[in-house]
Design a protein around this ligand. Structure first.
Ligand code: PLP
Length: 444
């Protein structure tokens, strides 16, 4: 089928996520390789957000291509059956996770993983309230949509009873008001503890955090904050759920971002990177304590495609590829290269802040570097600015061949984890060209 027909049928028959449907202009990926893809005009792009932060092994990774070619030899079997690929993958994920983790429940996506984690926490604790944070994204199903703490939750509201939001520290916007990151963390943790007590700790099942909030701008937690969350959870017998859908599988320079902060969550949710994005797979990793609960209590959940053997096989291939490439150490090395390039951006007029952990990075644009006035106000409708400043900037990036997305004033830089030093430099040269063009477009 030619690209014109593909685009026309897409426009006519497909509903696309998070957008008005009339007159949208979806690109067609005609071919791809490594960190690159090409559109219908044969224009080449650096895939600097790994599609949707899932193509962590890049495009057409040989090990995955090989595994995909072979999965037709496997038997399919429903969740109640054991299969080699599912058993092997669950064991491997438990080995990569923090030491207290014991079992895996497989799902098909990130949102579904969060739905299941909430149900598990309720079953174990007997509580019904779920705390989650503003400036978080946890998915767009009804429950995960109500966990979400930014404008993308609006389509799921009004929420059912029990969803409670709390605020999180934003180091760039508040740090000057505190003498240290520890002090900033302490202030927020004190407020959170007060809120837990006001709500009644015995009513609370879980506290859900994106260990490093991703699409809201890679908001790195200040020192002591994540450990402090764990302490509160232990003190009040609340389940700590780390949403690692975006940050898991090497993105932050550890297998899971919670490994940076010396914590042992009760539940970890994952998706995206587990298959390098080649097939849909997600899941919940249960701590030994949570897993034990279900030894003698009915596990009241299920899904037709939970642990689908063909999909799990691609999960095994992806993890083997991450290990073969020594991905964790490679990401740490590339963090230095990208980090230095990001620091250079601070010389540009509209760049307020840059943040990076592993190959998980964001550039925050501001109207004014002194007042830090954001280009788009927090909480404004998602996609509202497609015709404004941020829309203009991402269009300039795209014209340069730098493919990524923004959420409000933050532009994400989250390339495939296989990216090389030379590729980072080439891509960031394009980013800087777009910044120069942006300054010319908006001289005041
Ligand atoms: N949680 C986080 C942190 C995410 O970034 C996402 C998706 O971007 C989700 C959950 C939802 O995952 P999915 O789109 O697979 O449902």
């Amino acid at each position: 089928m030619d690209s014109t027909t593909i685009k026309q049928l897409d426009q006519q028959f497909v509903i696309q996520s998070w957008s008005k449907q009339a007159n949208r202009d979806a690109k067609v990926v005609t071919h791809s390789d490594g960190i690159y893809f090409w559109d219908q005009n044969n224009k080449k792009y650096f895939d600097m957000n790994a599609q949707l932060i899932y193509a962590n092994l890049g495009h057409k990774h040989p090990r995955i291509m090989n595994a995909l070619a072979k999965i037709n030899q496997l038997e399919i079997s429903a969740p109640g059956f054991a299969s080699a690929s599912k058993s092997k993958l669950a064991k491997k994920i438990v080995e990569l996770a923090p030491a207290n983790m014991a079992k895996v429940y497989f799902t098909t996506a990130g949102a579904e993983s969060n739905e299941q984690a909430m149900k598990m926490a309720k079953a174990v604790t007997g509580g019904y309230k779920i705390f989650s944070r503003y400036r978080s994204y946890h998915g767009s199903t009804f429950g995960a949509g109500n966990l979400t703490g930014e404008s993308r939750r609006l389509g799921s509201e009004p929420s059912p009873p029990g969803f409670v939001k709390f605020d999180m520290p934003y180091v760039y916007r508040e740090y000057q008001q505190y003498t240290s990151e520890q002090e900033l963390s302490a202030q927020y943790l004190t407020r959170l503890e007060r809120q837990i007590n006001c709500e009644g700790p015995e009513t609370i099942a879980a506290l859900v955090i994106e260990t490093i909030p991703g699409s809201n701008g890679v908001l790195l937690p200040p020192d002591g904050y994540i450990k402090g969350i764990e302490t509160l959870c232990r003190r009040y017998h609340i389940m700590m759920i780390c949403d690692e859908v975006m940050s898991g599988f090497g993105r932050s320079g550890e297998w899971f971002a919670c490994n940076h902060y010396d914590v042992e969550p009760d539940l970890i949710t994952f998706a995206k990177g587990v298959t390098g994005g080649y097939l849909p797979l997600g899941g919940v990793i249960l701590s030994e304590q949570v897993a034990k609960h279900f030894d003698t209590n009915h596990f009241s959940s299920g899904a037709t495609y939970s642990g689908h053997p063909l999909v799990c096989e691609i999960g095994n291939a992806a993890i083997a590829a991450y290990e073969e490439l020594d991905t964790i150490n490679h990401v740490k090395r590339m963090e230095k290269v990208l980090g230095e390039r990001l620091q250079r951006l601070l010389a540009y007029k509209y760049v307020g802040d840059v943040r990076i952990k592993g190959l998980f990075a964001a550039v925050e644009l501001v109207k004014n570097k002194v007042t830090k006035e954001p280009i788009i106000d927090y909480g404004s409708d998602y996609g509202k600015d497609t015709q404004g400043y941020m829309g203009a900037f991402t269009k300039l990036l795209s014209e340069e061949g730098f493919s990524t997305f923004n959420h409000e004033s933050n532009v994400l830089i989250t390339p495939p984890l296989t990216i090389t030093t030379a590729e980072i430099h080439e891509a960031m040269d394009l980013f800087e060209k777009a910044l120069v063009a942006f300054e010319e477009l908006y001289p005041e």
